[in-house]
Each structure stands twice: as C-alpha cells, then as structure tokens.
Design a protein around this ligand. Structure first.
Ligand code: ADP
Length: 190
C-alpha cells in the first residue's frame, strides 16, 4: 500500500495535485471537505450537524470528523492506497490516523506539504470564488478558514516532521513542475 497525506492551506492546490496523484499511483481519494459537502447536500444527520461549522469556515469538532473518516476507511478495505486531502487538520486527527493505519497493518508513508504564502492563498481563493460557488467563500469566511489553518492545522507539520515523513514542496509555479517535484519526493520513499 501507498498512503499519502496532501497538506497545505486552503487554496494551496491540494485538490489539483490529488487528482494527478490518484491517477499515477492508483489511490483512493478521501477529502473530508468533499465528504462534508456531500452530506450537507444530501441532508443527512451528519450533514445537519456539520453545516454550521463548514459554512463559517470553522473546523468541525474532531470527534465528528474522526468518526466519519473511520467509517470511510472501513468501507474501503482492500484498496491499493489512500490519499488524504484536508485530513488530518489537528494533531489529534493525525494521531488517530496513525492508529487506524496501524490497525490495518499499514502506515502513512509520506506527507506532501504544499508551501504557498498567505498572500498567494488569498489571491487564489478570491479567484476561485468567481468560478466555484461555495457557501464558505465570502471574504469573512475565507479569513476564518485561513485563520483556522494557521492556528490549528499548521501544528500537524511538526508532528510529521518528527516522524521523518514531511516533504515540503514549493506550491507556486507550473502545475506540472510542482507535480514532478511531488512525485520525486514520493518515489524516494516508496
Ligand atoms: P479548504 O478549501 O478551506 O481547504 P475543505 O474543502 O477541505 O476546505 O473543507 C471545507 C470545510 O470542511 C472546512 O472549512 C471545515 O469546516 C470542514 N473540514 C474539512 N476537513 C476537516 C477536518 N479534517 N477537520 C475539521 N473540519 C474539517
């Protein structure tokens, strides 16, 4: 198995690079943001519980997020690998992910952290707002998402650095060039 985490602030290009990695390494994509949006659209009980948080750009409580993730892992036993996109966003989530991987006799092999400045992130999110229509794309909510990243999510980086799994990749520039650098990092641990 090859299990990857793609990490970075909102607007770093996680989704774009995930699509390319899925195709190349035959991975199963788990995006907690996409999963929450699906639940909200289908008005499931979980969707009703998380809407208030996601609409406002606030992290969904760990308990809810981790339970959903565990459910998705259990539904996908036997895949050749996972790419986690938007998860883990807290150290508790990272610890639980390690535990779940261990229980399945595997591990997280590499964490690809896309390095993009806060200024660039703001520019990209403002542009994306014109193309996509998300309920969390007003300026105030974008600010909140960026705040959550720098306050809570960034602490996940030293966690993985300590495990020797962190690969920082410059996320500014040509999409193909960035992808090439990510693949080199992954191939070095495979
Ligand atoms: P972004 O485009 O800001 O990276 P995502 O699409 O990944 O956002 O997630 C949208 C929202 O879903 C987040 O603002 C947050 O409310 C919630 N969310 C997604 N993943 C997680 C997670 N791992 N833990 C807590 N909340 C999450």
């Amino acid at each position: 198995m090859l299990n990857l985490v793609i990490f970075g602030p909102p607007g770093a290009g996680k989704g774009t690079q995930s699509d390319k990695l899925i195709a190349k390494y035959n991975l199963h994509h788990i995006s907690t943001g996409d999963l929450f949006r699906k639940h909200i659209k289908e008005q499931t009980d979980l969707g009703k519980k998380v809407k208030e948080y996601t609409d406002n750009g606030i992290l969904v409580p760990d308990e809810i997020t981790i339970a959903m993730l565990k459910g998705v892992l259990d539904e996908n036993k036997g895949v050749t690998g996972f790419i986690f996109d938007g998860f883990p966003r807290t150290v508790t989530q990272a610890e639980m992910l390690d535990k779940f991987m261990k229980e399945q006799g595997t591990a997280i092999h590499a964490v690809v952290a896309l390095d993009v400045s806060e200024d660039e992130v703001r520019t990209r999110l403002a542009k994306r707002k014109e193309i996509e229509n998300r309920s969390d794309d007003e300026e105030e909510k974008i600010n909140k998402r960026i705040f959550e990243y720098y306050n809570k999510t960034m602490h996940v980086l030293p966690y993985y650095h300590g495990q020797g799994k962190l690969h920082k990749i410059n996320g500014i520039g040509d999409v193909e060039a960035i992808f090439g650098n990510i693949c080199s990092a992954i191939d070095s641990v495979k």
